[in-house]
Design a protein around this ligand. Sequence first.
Ligand code: ARG
Length: 466
Amino acid sequence: MAKQAQATWGGRFSAGTAELMLRFSESVSFDRRLAPFDIQGSKAHSAMLAHVGLITSAERDAIHAGLDTILATIVAGKFKWETKLEDVHMNIEQALTKLVPAAAKLHTARSRNDQVATDMRLYFKAACTDLIQKIDGAQRAILSLAEKNRDVLIPGYTHLQRAQPVFLAHHLFAYLEMLQRDAERFSVVADHANWCPLGSGAIAGTTLPIDREFTAKTLGFVDAKGRPRVTQNSMDAVSDRDLFIEFASACALTGVHFSRMAEDLILWASQEFKFVELPDAFCTGSSLMPQKKNPDSMELLRGKSARLQGNLHTLLVLVKGLPLTYNRDLQEDKPPVFDSHDQTAISLEVLAGTFAGVELHREKCAAAVADPALLATDLADYLVRNGVAFREAHHAVGAVVKLAEQKSLPLDQLTFADVQTINPAFKADWVDSFNLSKAMARRKGTGMPGPAQVARQFKRWEKVLG
Ligand code: ARG
């Protein structure tokens, strides 16, 4: 039993904490990654304490110097983290107390409840910046794959059945849109993080004359005009975990996106499609079957996506039904958040790495997209241009498809006489509808896969991604 250990709260206890309880309740094994933010928060807090006269400027300077030393020790990997001190906050405070006597005043008008809330808000701002950068990296890799294969056409699919022809670039640009929304979500989360909870104390603030705005400004919790942003309710500030859920949600949705891209690539790399060759560096072989080249990076992206959704669910359930305000349950809020961050980050890097090494099997793409059935809708549009109502045109082309199937012929191998008997609005030029490049050129509207639009999107993304 280690009564001595709890210098921070041990005063009212006569017996020490069970060793089992220490192992059960510690969080320092995972929250130590908050150390830089914790130290940043402590420096701002002590600067504020000096500003309002609760400590002297000499005491502040001593605290700052001590915190700098501790940060350097941590960065060098030489800091001795102690499980018995529970968490990152108490580990740092105890180490500081050994270095500088003034450290005994650092926790004036502060609780670990507002301290951890502040640390996490600083962390979220940094984590969002990190993920936004990595999304940008993945987008660049996708854009350069599109650039290398500007002229490649492939079938687009609905219901995993061949639907209509698209430029590969148009398909890849869909991924850029998805990732762009993800990046925007992370910037919204970063903005929501941008409120300073320090000064909320354990639950009800403090009786001491602190200056919350000073602390907020020092930590960069400011609006676009540099005005401090401080949380407006002390009880909410120490119990609110919305950000954790929003962040995990943004990660989960990013995960859903890369899972869908992964699935496309897995299909495209299969013998059945063979549109692409995935880079060896991101594939593995089979220990039994010598011919295998498995798309493991993409399969793992699908798998990680499940894990990211699990983390979100953990957080939702953790907070649901908790009475206000802080409850120790909330310590469990960090592992899922850190895991979501780390897994999203590495997934984005793998996505970028894999896309960067994708090679196209152009002849396979060309053969697949040459299927005239992909232009059956164009044939219906042809009839519409000849004055036929779309419903009737659709029906007539359906009959053309059926006839071709009966004759075991591709659509464009039927004779003019064949189609004329189906509908007299078919003229001699009916077969022109199957000219792929003309068909693509007709897709002119914004957001469509025609060559002019695709060129426009190339320009747009080159500009957005720099
Ligand atoms: N390690 C704790 C956590 O992450 C810090 C807050 C502790 N507060 C308390 N009242 N025990 O939740």
